[in-house]
Design a protein around this ligand. Structure first.
Ligand code: CU
Length: 334
C-alpha cells in the first residue's frame, strides 16, 4: 500500500479517500459519506463502513470508491438556464492489474471506468473534455442529442472540446471514446456510465455502479483479463459490504470488447431488471441477465440472509480471469 498515492493520480486518490473518511495509514471503519446521494435517499439509506481489516489496492485508484462515486458536476446559473457542468480529462496511466501484471491504460479522470456522470432528465449538461494523452480521443454518449454533439470527432493531444446537450431520456447510458480503432480505445479503458435520473427520482437504495471491462494485454484480439470497475478480482479480494433487508440498486454496464456477450449472475437471490434503466417498474425478475457489449441495466435486489455471496458472469473463463466478486451481507441490526 506504499504506492497507493503514487503517480499522477495522487490527487484523486488522496482526495477521495479523505472525503470518504479513510486514511492511508490505516483504513478505519469510518462511515461512508452520503454527500453524493440524492436528498431523498440520504435520510434512509445506510452504507456499511469499511471493515477494520480493509486493505486498499496498490493501484492508482480504488475500485471500492469508484463503486459508490457519482459525479453530479457543478451547477451553474446562466441567464434563466441552469447548466450542469462536468470536467473530464483523458490521459494514460499504468494500472497494477494483479501482482505480476502492469498495464498502460488510457483513461478518463485517472480511473477505469471513467467518472459516473449523473444528471436528471431535462438538465442541460456540459462536458468539458480535455485530452492530455498522446493519442487522439473523444467522448461519445449514448442517449439522445444533436449530431454535432455525438462525439465521433477526434480531439487531439492538448485540445479541449465541449459537449453540451439536454440529458435525455432518463436511463443508464454508456459513454466511450469513438476514435478508430474503437475496440482498442475502449479496451484500453476509455468508457464509463452516464446516469440520467427520472424527474421524480427513484426510491431510496444503496446505489452502486459496476462496469465490466476486458484487457487484451498482448493485442491478439482477445482478452486475457477482465474486471468489475477496472481492477481484476478486486471485489473478490475485498467483498462489498451491504446490509441485509436493504434495497441495493446496481447500475451495471458491459463494456467488454471481443467477447460478443456476457451474463451477470448473483448467488442465492433474484433481482428485478429495469432494462436500460428505461422504466420505473421492473421488466422481469431473474438471477442471470445477458448483455451484449454496451448493454446496461438497473438491477435491484435485497438480501434476506446475512453471509457472503458471489457475483460473476456465468462465462466461467471470464469469471476466473478477473470478473469475480462477493457481497458481504451484514445483519441489518449491525
Ligand atoms: Cu480514444
Amino acid at each position: 500500500m506504499s504506492n497507493l498515492f503514487s503517480g499522477r493520480s495522487q490527487f484523486w486518490s488522496r482526495r477521495r479517500l479523505l472525503q470518504w473518511g479513510l486514511t492511508a495509514m490505516g483504513i478505519s471503519a469510518s462511515a461512508w459519506k452520503l454527500s453524493h446521494y440524492p436528498v431523498q435517499a440520504r435520510e434512509s439509506v445506510r452504507i456499511p463502513p469499511l471493515p477494520e481489516t480493509y486493505q486498499p489496492g496498490n493501484g492508482d485508484f480504488e475500485p471500492m470508491l469508484v463503486l459508490r462515486d457519482f459525479d453530479y458536476g457543478t451547477l451553474k446559473q446562466e441567464g434563466d438556464r441552469l447548466v450542469r457542468e462536468f470536467q473530464v480529462v483523458a490521459d494514460h496511466s499504468t494500472l497494477q492489474l494483479n501482482r505480476a501484471i502492469t498495464y498502460v491504460s488510457w483513461n478518463l479522470n485517472h480511473r477505469v471506468p471513467g467518472p459516473t456522470l449523473r444528471a436528471t432528465e431535462g438538465d442541460r449538461i456540459r462536458v468539458i473534455f480535455t485530452n492530455h494523452d498522446g493519442h487522439s480521443h473523444s467522448m461519445h454518449f449514448h442517449g439522445i442529442h444533436p449530431a454535432e454533439m455525438d462525439g465521433v470527432k477526434s480531439v487531439r493531444r492538448g485540445k479541449t472540446t465541449v459537449y453540451e446537450f439536454d440529458a435525455e431520456p432518463y436511463g443508464v447510458h454508456p459513454y466511450h471514446c469513438h476514435v478508430a480503432p474503437v475496440t482498442r480505445h475502449i479496451n484500453k479503458g476509455l468508457y464509463g456510465l452516464f446516469i440520467v435520473d427520472p424527474p421524480g427520482g427513484r426510491p431510496p437504495a444503496d446505489e452502486m455502479v459496476m462496469v465490466m471491462g476486458g484487457y487484451d494485454l498482448d493485442n491478439d484480439g482477445s482478452n486475457e483479463l477482465y474486471a468489475f470497475n477496472g481492477i481484476p478480482n478486486y471485489y473478490r479480494d475485498r467483498p462489498i459490504s451491504i446490509y441485509q433487508n436493504q434495497l441495493v440498486r446496481l447500475y451495471i454496464l458491459n463494456m467488454i470488447e471481443f467477447d460478443p456477450a456476457v451474463t451477470f449472475h448473483i448467488h442465492a437471490n433474484m433481482f428485478q431488471v429495469y432494462k436500460t434503466g428505461r422504466s420505473l417498474t421492473a421488466n422481469e425478475e431473474s438471477d442471470v441477465i445477458t448483455m451484449g457489449t454496451a448493454e446496461r441495466h438497473i438491477l435491484e435486489f435485497t438480501y434476506k440472509y446475512p453471509g457472503k455471496y458471489m457475483f460473476h458472469p456465468h462465462q466461467d473463463y471470464i469469471a476466473e480471469h478477473g470478473c469475480m466478486g462477493y457481497f458481504q451481507v451484514l445483519p441489518s441490526e449491525a
